[in-house]
Every structure is written in C-alpha cells, then in structure tokens.
Design a binder for this molecule. Structure first.
Ligand code: ADP
Length: 293
C-alpha cells in the first residue's frame, strides 16, 4: 500500500496469498532444490484445505494431521517501506490431536533420514513437544535440524536426545547460557559451554554478516558478498533448507555451510518469502568464504 491509514477503510489492489510459515518456507526451498520431502504439521478448517491446495500446486508432497481448530491466517501489510503484521494466535491443539500427530509423524519417519523442525509451538502444546519428536526421529535413525527459540529450544538442548543441528541467534545463545555476547571470541566461548555438548552443528547466522558455525569441535567464520536485497524475511528458513539438503547429500562441512549461506542469500533477492531462484546458486556459491578459526 502506498499509505496505511488508521481508523478508516484501506482498499488494496495488490494482494498475494501464500502457504506461509517457517516450516513451509523450508519445505518450499527444499522442493526447489530437488529434495524428496514430505511437509507435515497440523491443519484445520478452510484455511487448512487452502494450504494443502497451494502445496499441491507447487508440487510439494505433504502429509498433515487434521485438527478441529482453524489453521491461522496472518496478514503482512507492506507500506511506505515498512512491514506491519497482524498475526492470529492460531488454534488450540488438544492432547488427542497431539497424539494423532505423533503417530502420523512416526509413520513418515520410516521414510526419512533428515527432519527439519521450525517455528514456535501452537497453543495447548507443552514446550517439550519438539524433544519428543526429536527422540522419535533419533530412534528411527533420522537426524533433526531444529530452528526454534525460548523455552522450546532450551528444553530440546537439555534433552537426552539432542538435535543434530540448531540455528540459534546470538541473543538466544546469550539467554541459554546467561552471559552477554559482545564479540566473536565471546560467541565462540559461549558455544564451548557444556550445554551444547552432543549437538553436532550450531549455525549462528548473522544476516548480511554471514555466520559463525560450530561443527563438532571446529569453528568457522563465514563471510558472504554484499548483495542487493529485496526482502530478507524467511532467509533463516531458506538457510535451514540449504543446510538440510547438503547434509542429505552427504556433502563436506564446507559445502554444507556454503549451501546454507547461498540459499539464505538467494531468498533475500526475491519478493516472495521462502523462495529462491536456483539459477543464481553457482555464482553466489563461489563468493562465500569460509575461514577456520
Ligand atoms: P534469520 O532470518 O533466521 O534471522 P538471518 O537474517 O541471519 O536469519 O539470515 C540467514 C542467512 O541469509 C544469512 O546467514 C545470509 O546467508 C542470508 N542473509 C540474510 N540477510 C542478508 C543480507 N542482508 N545480505 C546478504 N545475505 C543475507
């Protein structure tokens, strides 16, 4: 909109509707990369149906569990170079629906060697839910890439069944260990904390500044080129997709990191969220620098 007017009617001609949310952004980019995936979660009501229709249109294989509540709809208004969001809080998921979802998840696992879990939990779900999914996945020999925050992330890293990869930002790491992070050395020191033991990959993305990555006991500083950015929303999700894809392809740590950086960057160059132009992959890939520190 050219202008957002408060306390009156706003009429708009330019509207686009997408199957959104972090998990679906990851799914879309993985599908674009050519990975054989199944998108899963819970859906309900008309918006739930609309969402699966959109996934069908994009050829994204899916297997969702139905719930009684209505899938939420969120509105992002782009106006005067700003983005105002109106987010519904989403449906309640009952205990029975959670059990149904877990049973469905276990079936999907029989076919999966990597699982990506993104975003916050819906209402009614305990913050240990992702730890339960991680345990099920680990026992089925699937590795989990987890992109969440707050109590849910804390619970997951304290669990006996650790995620294979996490993608916290600096603030989340500071919150987890209760220390301030001011510089690269303090970030590295923070990642040495025993709280992170047993997590093979920790990818701290830093927007235009690239990332700092811990893989086993190795630390890498990742430098990326300056690029023209259209819309950075969803870059972290695209990074998760790139990391998952390269891990699934058994690539070296360097290629895994570079792939994640490039898919993140490619997303910033598009108007659409959680969408990349694969044609530009190679050119950017050459320009990512990895420095072992
Ligand atoms: P999140 O969306 O989770 O906050 P980031 O903003 O750190 O994640 O972005 C993830 C990745 O996307 C970065 O590591 C980088 O590769 C790419 N990226 C994000 N913002 C920019 C930017 N302004 N310029 C170039 N690359 C970017």
């Amino acid at each position: 909109m050219e202008q957002l007017n408060i306390d009156t009617v706003n009429r708009l001609s330019k509207v686009s509707k997408t199957a959104g949310g972090k998990g679906l952004n990851v799914s879309r980019v993985l599908a674009q990369l050519g990975a054989p995936i199944t998108a899963t979660g819970v859906i309900g009501g008309h918006y739930g149906n609309y969402l699966t229709e959109q996934l069908d249109k994009d050829d994204i294989h899916h297997n969702f569990s139905k719930i009684a509540g209505e899938t939420r709809s969120c509105i992002a208004i782009l106006h005067e170079g700003q983005q105002t969001e109106i987010l519904e809080s989403g449906p309640q998921v009952s205990k029975e629906e959670q059990a149904n979802y877990i049973a469905n998840f276990e079936k999907i696992l029989s076919d999966a060697n990597y699982v990506t879990i993104s975003g916050s939990l819906p209402k009614g779900i305990h913050h240990d839910f992702y730890s339960v999914l991680t345990e099920k996945a680990t026992l089925a020999n699937a590795r989990v890439l987890l992109d969440t925050s707050g109590a849910t992330l804390k619970r997951s890293i304290e669990s006996d069944y650790k995620p294979f990869l996490i993608k916290p930002n600096e603030t989340e790491i500071a919150d987890l260990i209760g220390k301030e992070i001011k510089s690269e050395p303090t970030l590295v020191e923070a990642l040495e904390d025993e709280k992170f033991d047993g997590i093979e990959w920790i990818v701290v993305t830093l927007g235009a500044d690239g990332a700092l990555v811990k893989n086993k006991n190795n630390y890498y500083r990742v430098e990326i080129p300056t690029i023209d950015v259209k819309k950075p929303v969803g870059s972290g999700d695209s990074t998760i997709a790139g990391l998952a894809y390269a891990l699934y392809k058994n690539e070296t740590p360097e290629v895994v990191i570079k792939t994640g950086m490039v898919t993140g960057m490619l997303n910033t160059q598009e108007e659409k969220t959680g969408y990349i132009n694969v044609d530009n992959f190679e050119a950017l890939f050459e320009q990512v620098k990895i420095i072992k520190i």
